[in-house]
Design a protein. Structure first.
Length: 551
């Protein structure tokens, strides 16, 4: 989602800084040893490749307490006997076993280091079972601070959900909590009070009634899934269902909502198949046909949990009834359904390796909102939407954060990142090629974790245009390029300023009423002009400013 609210991103940004990669003089942010353990591929992580989880959890709402186990299957890449598993305080690991034998472990803040006694032979497939329990962190403002939301519906029944992007899945369950390594598939078993329904990722395999009156729901995820995409949702749910006839055949769509909201949901959720139709056109087939598509009502705004997209937008169009673009187009659709579902392509299909590259998720998904508008209302409407969202840009800190310390950059990754992509489309100036790049990207990086550089290189390669300085400008600085110009002695002079070295983005302008493309650099260039009007207007599709240095 997730962190796009009140028209601007506020509380989410507090305390964060980002790496300007030498382009800005900024005070250094101080990171701790715990930041490094959380955000880097430590030697205790690097030697084993994650294959499978069986997360088995018992939820006790009356105590706000959970307990259970996680079976971790892995392949040995290099011999080692020390493994890192993450679980954040106040949660605790109580026991770890391999082949039924207890293993020793020690805690270092939110990281647990396990000593393995069996020989870890290269190529071997092994398992450990991690037992855990505790009262997980309660989310104060989900989804922005993460954890468990322990709420009640209007009938007094428990209404519970998890959300943990940024903070990490280890806020409530033990895992290899780094985005670079995803499980290939996963079983999620959740035990809840017998009068409630539990919904997680993937497909429901079975529901078991236990002797104590509780029920255990077993969900199987057939595709790779990132840690923060795993979720638990518990409520007095009812379910309705439809089939979307998509590019890969029939896609099962299940909707879980509180029973009192069934009529509202049946009307509002009509945006779901509309979204699927638009995004399959732009991005290619929905990436998780095997696991189905679900929308699940939760007691917070919403999140992009893979194949289990959560929804709390109060059954209103826009963002809680507001148009973030200020253009009117934002009230044509339910923001949470469109935005969070867009993450199925950018976040869940294509996933960042390091949260510093969170723009890969959020810039493309924010941009997907305008593509949805364009699909149904036309190209001009889509452009108006993305341009309108610029009013939310803060230019506070760079979009790319610090690597290897679990540090995300500015919330500008949403509207500013979308504007950057919109400009890149203008420069490519070939809509068929642009669509092929978006679709090709989701095919090339299908179910993969990536770096931001891989995405940049892909766009450069497929477009045949080097956008490196454009990426550097908009992702690693807070400066807005200035198209500086002057009319003098029958010539029109122009260049870029307030920008990175050798910034060279082409730009479309109207020069004395005639539309033309210019290729300014940081060096002055000039063309002869005979008009007396002396008017220049940079196309509004470009997020830049202008300055007539003579006037």
């Amino acid at each position: 989602m997730k962190k796009y609210f009140s028209g601007i991103f506020i509380a989410f940004l507090v305390g964060f800084s980002a790496n300007a990669q030498g382009l800005l003089n900024k005070s250094e942010t101080v990171f701790t040893h715990q930041d490094t353990l959380r955000g880097s591929i430590t030697k205790e992580r690097a030697w084993w490749d994650l294959k499978y989880y069986h997360l088995d959890v018992k939820v006790k709402p009356s105590e706000k307490f959970i307990s259970g186990s996680n079976t971790v299957r892995y392949t040995v890449l290099t011999e080692n006997n020390r493994m890192q598993i993450d679980l954040q305080e106040p949660m605790n690991i109580t026991k770890v076993t391999q082949n039924g034998k207890d293993l020793k472990f020690e805690r270092n803040g939110n990281a647990f280091f396990i000593t393995l006694t069996e020989k870890q032979k290269v190529g071997a497939v092994k398992e450990i079972v991690v037992f855990f329990e505790g009262k997980p962190k309660e989310a104060v403002r989900a989804p922005w601070d993460g954890g468990f939301s322990w709420k009640k519906d209007k009938n007094g029944k428990d209404f519970i959900a998890t959300s943990c992007q940024g903070l990490g899945a280890s806020v409530w369950w033990p895992c290899k909590d780094h985005m670079y390594d995803e499980v290939e598939n996963m079983l999620i078993s959740v035990n809840v009070p017998g009068d409630l329904t539990e919904v997680s990722n993937g497909r429901l395999q079975s529901v078991k009634k236990e002797k104590d009156g509780t029920k255990t729901f077993n969900w199987y995820v057939a595709n790779p899934i990132n840690n923060y995409g795993v979720n638990i949702n518990i409520g007095d749910y009812v379910n309705f269902y439809e089939v979307f006839k998509g590019e890969k055949g029939n896609l099962d769509c299940n909707y879980y909502v509180l029973k009192d909201n069934l009529a509202l949901a049946k009307e509002q959720f009509k945006d779901a198949p509309k979204m699927l139709k638009a995004f399959e056109s732009w991005f290619g087939p929905y990436p998780f046909y095997e696991d189905s598509y679900k929308l699940v009502e939760v007691p917070y705004l919403g999140m992009e949990h893979q194949s289990s997209v959560t929804y709390g937008n109060q059954y209103k169009n826009g963002y809680l009834g507001r148009d973030l673009s200020g253009t009117g187009w934002g009230l044509k659709f339910d923001f949470i359904i469109i935005h969070e579902s867009g993450h199925e392509w950018y976040a869940n299909n294509i996933t960042y390796k390091d949260i510093a590259d969170m723009w890969v998720h959020e810039s493309f998904t924010n941009y997907s909102e305008s593509l949805f508008v364009e699909y149904y209302y036309g190209k001009e409407a889509g452009a108006e939407y993305v341009i309108g969202c610029r009013k939310n840009i803060q230019n506070d800190i760079p979009i790319i954060g610090h690597y290897d310390v679990n540090n995300e950059g500015s919330g500008d990754m949403y509207p500013k990142g979308a504007s950057m992509l919109h400009m890149i489309r203008q420069v490519i100036n070939d809509d068929a090629k642009w669509k092929s790049i978006l679709r090709g990207m989701n095919k090339t990086f299908y179910h993969q974790t990536v770096t931001g550089k891989q995405i940049q290189d892909y766009i450069n390669d497929q477009s045949g245009i080097n956008f490196n300085r454009v990426f550097a400008q908009y992702l690693t600085t807070t400066q807005i390029p200035v198209f500086e110009y002057m009319f003098k002695n029958g010539t029109f002079g122009y260049h870029w300023t307030n920008c990175v070295s050798k910034f060279d983005m082409p730009v479309r302008v109207k020069l004395n009423g005639v539309e033309t493309w210019l290729k300014p650099t940081t060096e002055w260039q000039s063309v002869k002009t005979t008009s007396e009007d002396r008017k220049v207007e940079v196309d509004k599709d470009f997020y830049v400013t202008t300055s007539n240095i003579v006037e």
